[in-house]
Design a protein around this ligand. Structure first.
Ligand code: TYM
Length: 327
């Protein structure tokens, strides 16, 4: 039996190299040996206010980017969360099994609710229940995510265990699958903060669709320190972050990278890094423009993905409803 992989990404803001290095890049090789589902989580996106037309455009953009990054919509199941209603239904049920206190402890909720200047929605609070539903509907074994989502995967395991202990073996317990490098890419303007789609300062993130000049400009302006030595050192977050980005895009080992930059200045590192990033993004952007040139085809791929996900999800949802005596 092939193991099953599930992961999701929100169609909000601009998809950046943190999303790519921490998550999407991992998804591509996993497809070959596993049964994989990748989901554009639009219902998660509306936990904070969204403009309708922008959201619709971002869903397509993200699907196009995922295909351009190497997700194969025929081999994997690529779909939009709101197209499979079982996600919302199971989320409600799980909401009734998750203690309030567990949700209040979620770091992402604490951070986002402090940042949101508008009213914090109940949806933002119960967001992990929807994420748990996404994962548990498909008897998922592995959840490839960046480091910031590990706490949500742990909550998913906890609620699955809780349900299983009351109703008997129902849900499979998933495991988070974390990249060996790049699991937490930091902001270029402030390397003490995670690179995030919701930060809007111009020099914060390198987006997958940035032009070569934008990439160069952002990297050249990245915050570093006043020391000279170029080596991996978590106590020096600016240089460390640039080196980690270089490491993952170049595929070189750490000793080799440190040797390459020995005795060189920060400007040299930044120039080299900018070229590696530009050259890595170029083929992805070319593929993206080809794929999105035919929106009807892209939509048909997403419809097909939902049609393949739906029976799997409904089977699990029916099993759960049966166990708890619904309907
Ligand atoms: P989202 O959309 O914020 O991010 C998508 C993926 O990118 C990773 N990521 C990062 N990795 C490294 N460095 C960073 N700076 C960085 N920023 C983001 C995230 O960890 C994530 O893997 N709740 C999820 C989406 C989701 C999901 C799911 C994921 C919904 N349902 C089910 C897995 C399984 C989220 O908001 O990701």
């Amino acid at each position: 039996m092939k193991k099953r992989v599930f992961s999701g990404i929100q169609p909000t803001g601009n998809i950046h190299i943190g999303n790519y290095l921490g998550a999407i890049r991992q998804w591509v090789p996993l497809q070959a040996a596993h049964e994989s589902l990748f989901c554009v989580v639009d219902l998660h996106a509306i936990t904070v206010p969204q403009d309708a037309a922008t959201l619709k455009a971002k869903i397509r953009e993200l699907a196009g980017l995922l295909i351009a990054a190497g997700i194969e919509p025929k081999a994997s199941i690529l779909f939009v969360q709101s197209h499979v209603s079982a996600h919302s239904e199971l989320a409600w049920i799980l909401n009734c099994f998750i203690p309030f206190g567990w949700l209040g402890r979620m770091t992402q909720f604490k951070e986002k609710s402090q940042k949101e200047r508008m009213v914090v929605s109940a949806g933002l609070f119960t967001y992990p229940a929807l994420m748990a539903a996404d994962i548990l509907l498909y008897e998922t074994d592995l959840v490839p995510v960046g480091e910031d989502q590990v706490q949500h995967v742990e909550l998913t395991r906890d609620v699955a265990q809780r349900f299983n202990s009351v109703y008997g073996e129902t849900f499979k317990l998933p495991e988070a699958f974390i990249a060996e490098a790049g699991e937490r890419i930091m902001g270029l303007d402030d390397p003490t903060k995670k690179m995030s789609k919701s930060e809007t300062q111009p020099g914060h993130a390198i987006n997958l669709l940035d032009s070569p000049d934008d990439v160069r400009g952002k990297i050249m302006r990245a915050t570093t320190d006043s020391l000279r030595e170029i080596r991996f050192d978590e106590k020096r977050p600016g240089i460390n972050n640039l080196l980690v980005i270089y490491e993952v895009f170049s595929g070189l080992g750490r000793p080799e990278i440190e040797a390459k930059f020995e005795g060189k200045g920060y400007a040299y590192l930044k120039k080299e890094l900018a070229e590696v990033v530009v050259e890595s993004l170029r083929p992805l952007q070319d593929r993206y423009h080809k794929i999105t040139a035919d929106p009807a085809y892209l939509d048909s791929l997403l419809r097909d993905g939902a049609a393949r996900a739906r029976p799997l999800a409904e089977r699990m949802l029916n099993k759960v409803k049966e166990k708890i005596g619904l309907g």
